[in-house]
Design a protein around this ligand. Structure first.
Ligand SMILES: C[S@@+](CC[C@H](N)C(=O)[O-])C[C@H]1O[C@@H](n2cnc3c(N)ncnc32)[C@H](O)[C@@H]1O
Length: 261
């Protein structure tokens, strides 16, 4: 049986079946996109030596079956009170929406994460958002902590209600550029994960990320006194996430030799 407050170098479709039924409070995850990610890596404008290689991509043809496989496990490990946030680009969003529906998840919100981006396009609009599907097993049982970030009467300098604005379903949050440090190409910003953890969990809750990448969800869960578990199939990414968790350092410096893993 797998332990909590650990991450595993494993395919989550093999790892999740080793977890008990109904054990997780919250899943926050950002699965691979099936968009031949390597082909667009140049867009990220980063020095290749600092960007960890080996992102594990899924082919378009396999994406629907892959999505059903991990979502069935997500359903099984979530408590009846559990909720889940799944990030997706627009390309294969329909596979995720269909699978969520067929497995029985209830969609609560379809959140848009608007980020800043620097890729100018000439023949199409610039993509500057992700979808984040907030779903649950039972809408009556799921917890939500509406005043975890702003109190009812908090106002901004223009007199607008802060708790209302914070709970609108378009979130404008900047990506983090870790200049000079080790990084993976697709990490989620800390502010985004903190917001989700604040609204949908409390200290002591169990948070799972089946697709850890740089380990952001596990790292921030621990910072916020949640318990965590997760999987990453790529050894280099797993080692990076583990080194961050073991050292407690949010950002790791590149050594003179380049990639330390
Ligand atoms: C979009 S990234 C996640 C980024 C992460 N949210 C972060 O903040 O760094 C998806 C990750 O899933 C990993 N992955 C792909 N297939 C996997 C599988 N079957 N099991 C576990 N990890 C997998 C990829 O190697 C990649 O690191």
């Amino acid at each position: 049986m797998l332990e909590f407050d650990q991450i595993y170098h494993q395919d989550c479709i093999a790892g999740m079946p080793q977890m008990l039924d109904n054990c997780i409070d919250l899943i926050v995850t950002d699965p691979p996109f099936a968009i031949d990610f390597k082909a667009v890596r140049g867009n990220y404008n980063r020095k290749a030596s600092r960007v960890l290689e080996g992102y594990n991509e899924i082919t378009k043809a396999d994406y629907s079956g892959f999505t059903v496989s991990w979502l069935e496990q997500a359903w099984r490990i979530l408590k009846p009170t559990g909720s889940m946030y799944v990030f997706s680009g627009w390309n294969n969003l329909k596979d995720i929406l269909v699978a969520l529906d067929e497995i029985g998840f209830i969609t609560i919100n379809h959140i848009i994460w608007k980020y800043q981006f620097g890729v100018v396009t000439r023949r199409k609009y610039v993509s500057s958002h992700y979808h984040c599907l907030y779903v649950c097993k039972d809408d009556k049982l799921r917890p939500f902590y509406p005043f975890s970030r702003y109190q009812k009467d908090d106002r901004d300098s223009a007199g607008r209600s802060q708790h209302y604005r914070d709970k609108e379903d378009v979130w404008t949050i900047k990506r983090e550029y870790w200049a000079g440090d080790q990084k993976t190409p697709t990490k989620l910003p800390r502010e985004l994960i903190e917001k989700i953890l604040n609204y949908s969990s409390i200290p002591g809750d169990l948070v799972c990320d089946p697709f850890l990448g740089s380990g952001q969800v596990a790292f921030i869960s621990r910072l916020m006194q949640r318990r965590y578990i997760g999987f990453e199939i790529n050894k280099e990414y797993y080692d990076f996430a583990k080194a961050r968790l073991d050292s407690g350092q949010y950002r790791l410096k590149t050594t003179d030799q380049g990639n330390p893993f």
